[in-house]
Design a protein around this ligand. Sequence first.
Ligand code: UN1
Length: 507
Amino acid sequence: MDQGRTNYIGGEWRPAVSGETFVSVNPARTEEVLGTYARSQAEDVAAAVAAAQAAYPEWRRTPAPARGAILFRMGQLLEQHKESLARQMVHEMGKVLVEARGDVQEAIDMAYYMAAFGRLPNGYLVPSERPDMFCAAQRVPVGVVGMITPWNFPIAIPSWKMFPALLAGNTVVLKPAEDTPGLAVRFVELLVEAGIPPGVVNLVTGYGPEAGAALVESPGVAVISFTGSTEVGRLIAGRCGQLMKRVSCELGGKNAIVVLDDADLELALKGALWSAFGTAGQRCTAASRLLVHRSVKAQFRDALVERTRALRIGVGIDPEAQIGPVINREQLERIHQYVQIGQSEGATLLVGGRILDEPEFRPGCFYAPTVFDNMHMDMRIAQEEIFGPVTGIVEVNNLEDAITKANATQYGLSLSLYTRDVHRAFRAMQELEAGLVYINLPTSGAEIQLPFGGVKQTGNGNREAGWTAMDYCTEWKSIYVNYSSASELIRAQIDTQPDGQAPAPTD
Ligand code: UN1
């Protein structure tokens, strides 16, 4: 790829019209520049949207099984290139190799899952109250879907958004996070190899306030799908509301793991370590609150601290490393500020709490896995999304107290509860306010065939993954066909009999 020719518009790789570029660096070694990318502005976005609009009529009319066949081929290509994509992800995003492989695997699963939808029901047929009438409801595409995707799942999240939209017959403009443009370029290259026609998928690299905002504003974009912070989501959703544009938002989380007194503590510890520190805490499903029953708290806390100390932090490509760097220096500093806020609020820092600046971590963005004790639900560290390897223990007295505290944030993505008691488990399943509820499992690790998304300020009611993924990028069309040979108008609700009986057929 030529330097900066990273916009894919109407089947051609192009630089930004302005010629401006930006670079992507390795977060584990910030001196290592990985590539130079087009810094797109409104004129680049306009060209991409025009290309997507031009490609739409033909793509919409392409039979769904043929669209699905391209996604199937994409699944095969992702499988074939899984290792090289995972390695590229380690360099560009920082997560450790096993997790990077998992990220690509989510996209493979989504490709095969959505490919099958090309031959699955796409609506339903209902009886009519009138004779000789055919009534059906059908899902139809909406047009051009603009996607603004984050850096934490650089292959999985574009696939969750894109494969359902494409299968449904929409065309796409993707604006990936500025921290991970290289993986987006690779993803689009594979789609092209899979047979996506020119204009059906377009890519504009660049920054949110420039390229992302232009996509939101573009009159040719019918739907925006955004994953990122609640703060930015609120701006985007507000603007889309004014423009009468459909919008799907996957936003922040403040997820909690509840550990009751009858829990399998070993299992709960493993889950807490994974959800708090996996992907260096940079998952929207990360467990940044551990709500632990007072009778097992001391035991749980001491074991957690010991195991947190033993975690191996390093460059993600090192097979020994369990935790890699965080995405960039700005995030690193933001995480550290939150730790300082936690201390000033009176939480007890048990382990971690510092930027790692030993020679083996320089120049990189590494943060020590951090655990607080004595966190209370009114603290900012218990309420705000930190998006880093920081978690805190909140003491709870019983199931009811645990549920109240678990629900006591503005977010509602993922909540988990560890218990051996079936009554408590089912009670929690009913009462926890979250889009994802786990029993005896950590808060991360959703599978693609179930709906993914959250309640309250985590989203605006849409779900990704599962067949519900089709909802955000399709409209329902209801179709009525009168196949009677009689020249008689029979009006719904009016010409039916008082007892609800339909008039007799006329032929
Ligand atoms: C995200 O962090 O935005 O359940 C998505 C999980 C992953 C997806 C996380 N399958 O943690």
